[in-house]
Design a protein around this ligand. Sequence first.
Ligand code: TEU
Ligand code: CA
Length: 553
Amino acid sequence: MKDWYKNLVVYQIWPRSFCDGNGDGIGDLEGVLSKLDYIKDLGCNCIWFSPLYPSPNADYGYDIADYKSINPEYGDLELFKKVLNEAHKRDIKVIMDLVVNHTSDEHKWFVESKNPSSPYHDYYFWRDGKQGGKKPPNNWLSCFEGGAWEKDDKNGKYYLHVFAKKQPDLNHDNPRVREEVKDIMRFWLDMGVDGFREDVITFISKKKGLPNGFPIPSACGIEHYMDGPHIHEYLKEYRDVTDEYDCFTLGEAPMMTPTKALKYIDESNKELDLMFHFQHMEADCILVDYIQRKFNLKKMKKAFSSWQEKINGRAWNTLYLENHDHPRIISRYGSEKYREESGKMLANMYMLQQGTPFVYQGQELGMLNTRLDSIDEYADCFVKNNYNVARNKVHLSEKKCWEWAVKSTRDNARTPVQWSDAENAGFTTSTPWFPVNKNYHEINAEKEQANPDSILNHYKKLIKFKKENEVAIYGDYKEHFKSSSVLYVYERNYKGKRLLVINSFSEKNVPFEAPKDFDLEQATPILCNYKNPTLQGNGFMLRPYETRVYYFE
Ligand code: TEU
Ligand code: CA
């Protein structure tokens, strides 16, 4: 059975902010081409491209207007093929983002579908409103903005959009829609791509009749489309296509638990190879980054451990701390004050668990959250809407709404990558589409490349270790000191080899005593973030955000 995806370390590119090759201020495929050696040098052997397709950018590519082409801002199909080919030459796989829960409202299917007698009408959820069309067909709310229904003035009907208004949901109950999805998959697989990351794929089957949802403030109705009635059927159909190719698939699944996940990724009956869940990303918020609370290490550990323990031997984990939907991890779970220390610690902490690791652009540099001057300067539709709701509907103070927005916006992860301390961080020669983080003189790739102790060089060592050591890939996982609210310690075991991974989440010194059956003097400390780790004895003081890995060979 194919399982090469277990040995990958995937680098995620959010193209708009990665690297601008033609000087128009927008990241593009020429830029990607110029950085393939950088990705190779980092040790990553797969790239996941966030959407590269033509898009009106209401949700920056997650609103797709044409599934079989490349956004002219980024390049064209010829250039994409060149990138693919050059990546493959470097033994780097390439996966595409497949966003088929919804299209853009500017996709030709949707434009056609407005006409009730068009064969495309049933590609979407068009319904008559209630009370003679005055009210939407049900009470569902959009995850992004207001109600989940929008009325078309011309045909008098409403269409469903679980995300933004410009992202109408596709009707996968229509077999023709499923054929279109398979056709899109084949288009890219035939070209040679190595798989897909499937956006909110667990949302594609809606309950028949679209009944009213339980009245909650946002995403009302979600119980009628999350893991919906035909989800497994449809995913098996899509799986049949990917099974014809040597590729892998990764589903994004909000509100997923390990037990539910096994229905999708259990190796004995797989619909997807891997799954992105969100549980470990909720240690400082409730479900979404916008509803914040104090970082709680125990919550984070519990989430990681439950996935490690519950799917061990039956399915394979994905490991990530950042992507284009979440603020930067050092600013969240680490410490900006101890950026270097906590950046390296967080890296060890997640990557040495069992699973395929993902690194999001700039994470390897220890990039931090940004701060602009007003809500209008932000780009993300999600934060703008959250701000408006909190301010105008819930009537919270301007200061509170603003602080929430700054901290939680997805734009934190979407500032241009900081390549050097040249103007605009070397991202572009003109004005960047979105402001570069002001800290680029201190934090940039060029500077980190030159410094053997940088976060970037730590990632290089770590990725190399992860790929080359079976214990880091296949080892069993066991957590220690579960009740500690400052330490996260776990071991991995494989064929007589052993790792003890020690991570402190404290700004203070914390005493540490090795678990009973470990004699640290028998091991080599590796991947440390402080010079001169104590080499003697089984008890010592851990310094702020210290990380150590003891390798028993
Ligand atoms: O994200 C799905 C998802 O769950 C998000 O709505 C998440 O709740 C939000 O970003 C807050 O963190 C996927 C994509 O990754 C995201 O970029 C898209 O905006 C969304 O789907 C719609 O396509
Ligand atoms: Ca450009």
